[in-house]
Design a protein. Sequence first.
Length: 401
Amino acid sequence: MEAYIYDALRTPRGRGNKKGALIGSTPTHLLVSIMEELKSRQNLDTSYVEDMILGCVTQIMDQGANVAKTAAQQSGYGEHLTAVTLNRFCGSGLEAVNQAAAYIKSGFTDLMLAGGVESMSRVKMGMDGGAIAMDPMVALPGHFVPQGVSADLIASKYGYSRNDVDAFAVESQRRAAEAWANNYFKNSVVPVKDVNGFTILDRDENVRPGTSLDGLAKLNPAFEMIGQMGGFDAVAIDRYPEVEFINHIHHAGNSSAIVDGASLALIGNKEVGDKLGLKPRARIRSVATIGTDPTMMLVGPAPASRKALKKAGMNPNDIDLYEVNEAFAAVVLRCMDDLGIPHDKVNVNGGAIALGHPLGATGCILLGTVLDELERRDLSTGLVTLCIGGGMGIATIIERV
């Protein structure tokens, strides 16, 4: 049985700070906005939507108490709609999609919503704590380092320079600005409105078209002090003694932007689609997760992609377009080199450096982004992959129908 993507929508991404446009919008409101738009666009009989799986990383405060069920209850889809919130760190939004696909392919359910949400202006990253970083009995034997130090370790081990990562960031901004100028995102972005129906935000807020190498060169490395003073550089070098020193080259301009956002995909089997008059846009062909070393924790995209490709009987050249989450510039550079894929097939409309990374929502956002671009270019196959904290990777391959 196939799992089809019938639609994929998202909110615009607002800056995740007190000046961001979406700070007054709860994560529940962001999700319900998309649910209402999905219902309207598809003329959807919501009684057929059985369950909703959502990724969300920091599950406290506005995002606590099963935010997925909170949104399901608020949406008006019906009391029958169950919901669950999961956390696979930065891979959560794609994990939600993959789990929904598994339910559909197994025959256990017919029609589901899957996606994610993260309101990083309202619920700050790391507020939930956790033993993986905070408990010395766990962090020390696990060779824990902050993700920024891990990104700098990747750059140091594989020889990426400050100019390399800054040039990548400039190109991400250029591509994102061009995509918005050409309205490539417009059909999939659901404007966020207030209670009176006035539009709060209708486009990604973080894009900076004027970003230049000269401008980025003025930014100081963000993780040098914590790496050196916090002892994390020593942990990384102890794990990788072939690295003589950590070259700290990542900063706010070549790392993923902190933003608010939500995303949802409507996923179901052929029978329910035929019954409801839904037109499938793509099928989920293969999915994979993989574990990696927790110190160099951000190299998971390439091996996860290989695993998904093997399951699909494909090789990297068979994929028309890739979306590799731009957690840090070196992550994508390493993935491209590892898989041997050119930049002109990867993040063709920019990525999280320019557009932002709302942790729990990003995976599903990237799924919709690659699907839209496949349709625009009349191409067939797309692969979405993300690095994940703690040393994991996740990947999903879709094929247009």
